[in-house]
Design a protein around this ligand. Sequence first.
Ligand code: SF4
Ligand code: SF4
Length: 255
Amino acid sequence: MAGVSRLQYTTETRLIRVMCSGRVDLEFVLRAFSNGIDGVLIGGCRLKECNYVTHGNYHALTMALLCRRIMEHIGLNPERLRIEFMSSAEGNRFAEVMGEFGNSVKELGPLGKGKGEGIDPNELKSKLAGITKLVPYIKLVKNEKLASRLENPEEYDKLFTKDEIDRLFSEVISYYIDPEKCQACTTCAKRCPAEAIVGGKNLIHVIDQEKCIKCGTCFEVCPPKFCAVTKISGEPVPPPLPEEKRTIVRKSKEK
Ligand code: SF4
Ligand code: SF4
């Protein structure tokens, strides 16, 4: 509507259309910041006015609240991310919000160098890369809260607290296959959604921690008689078994 009505708003923006604000993933926002974008504005339909049962705008809201806390955690000013709700007929409101947001981002200054920030660009890049890698894990752990339908802004600040997010990152869970227990049944490797498990017939399986998205599937599917996958929290993961020591010599073959 803003375009049809020839309404003016800041030209320093790039619009990315999505079918629903609920489609805006946490990863998209982190990618924008990783690419050096100074601010992200998510525009969604008004709450309670979604035409579908999905009400994706509530999801966009909880995702934005979570992302703002994560931004605080890594030292970015959360004001760089804003979510606003408006109908497609409210061209004036859209132009106004874009103008306001553009000005507030300009006042904040370049990403990482704004008020209360001061992060080295390389450090910021590596922090954003680290968090992006953990997105599937974060969504899994915070799944219940992300599905909340917040009705009023007073609830916004309470949904995710600073301590909770600090704890989320200090207690990140990793998965490790105990080489003494793994029987190379291959179940975990077949079920891993990230192809993060290296193994094969008669080979002790090993998790590639770089690829692992911490979904916990291997932990759940490893047969109870082997119980070879363990959860590790707040401690370093033991180094992987060297390749030349991964072959399992079965007793029947030894004879
Ligand atoms: S937790 Fe296990 S199943 Fe999930 S990605 Fe990591 S290795 Fe794969
Ligand atoms: S499911 Fe368990 S026993 Fe089977 S290969 Fe994976 S870790 Fe080893």
